[in-house]
Design a protein around this ligand. Sequence first.
Ligand SMILES: NC(=O)c1ccc[n+]([C@@H]2O[C@H](COP(=O)([O-])OP(=O)(O)OC[C@H]3O[C@@H](n4cnc5c(N)ncnc54)[C@H](OP(=O)(O)O)[C@@H]3O)[C@@H](O)[C@H]2O)c1
Length: 260
Amino acid sequence: MSATETVLITGASSGIGLELAKCFAADKSKLVLVARNTEALERLAVELRRDHQVEVVVLTMDLAKLETPREIFEQTGRAGITVDVLVNNAGFGLHGAFTELPLPRQLEILQVNVTALVALTGLFLPGMVERRRGGILNVGSVAGFVPGPNMAVYYATKALVQSFTEALAVECQNSGVAVSVLCPGPTETNFSEVARGHRARELKAPKMSAAAVAIAGHQAFRRNQCICVPGASNKFLATLPRFLPRAAVRKLVGKFNKLK
Ligand SMILES: NC(=O)c1ccc[n+]([C@@H]2O[C@H](COP(=O)([O-])OP(=O)(O)OC[C@H]3O[C@@H](n4cnc5c(N)ncnc54)[C@H](OP(=O)(O)O)[C@@H]3O)[C@@H](O)[C@H]2O)c1
């Protein structure tokens, strides 16, 4: 932790990202908050400045656009902001069979969850390594451990986040840069509402609070722990596939994700 550290968080306008912003603000880190919803970001910025006396910059950005990561990199550079910690949290998924969901929206999932995450990492990580400080905290999911019928693209994006982050953690060993992946299970946020879209039924899985997930991820990152699966039931969910045949795993997950 450092009083002069700057932390950039994507998807800070709600849910886990918003709660992560509170955790880093409590460390007295300066913050750059990124998402599309300016009003929600500004509201959070006011709260964090008031409660923690930290500097907060708001960037309204759409990560579904290919050029956005470079724009973020250039805007922070022009403002003289050195990003020490990058939290790649923005993400969404869609429930439904691959063939029934609109292809452009599915490609958007890839863009936000994967391409933007890799691009931002590629832009900010070299500076961290050069300065021998800082880190990357990526938000994956327990979905990253298994294939996910009826949410196929989302699960695949989280598998990439998982694999990519673990690999980077090894590459960055002894570099002074911490690399972690936070893998939540079902969490009380806007995620399900976005994922269900027009569909009516809510999944009946028990959910952790976004605050509890964020606190676990933040602590793991500060300890330089590579993988953080918050909560006992999520740890069980993440471990179970190792003991079951792969065919059984994909059928079970498909059933879990079926809406009707
Ligand atoms: N909730 C769960 O059950 C759960 C479980 C495992 C993993 N996760 C992961 O946790 C992360 C955070 O999700 P959440 O659960 O906190 O859901 P959430 O409340 O819906 O938050 C998603 C965040 O991502 C941002 N975002 C989405 N599309 C964006 C875009 N095109 N450009 C910029 N920002 C965008 C949203 O901001 P704007 O709408 O303002 O742009 C919002 O701040 C995601 O990566 C998700 O996959 C969630």
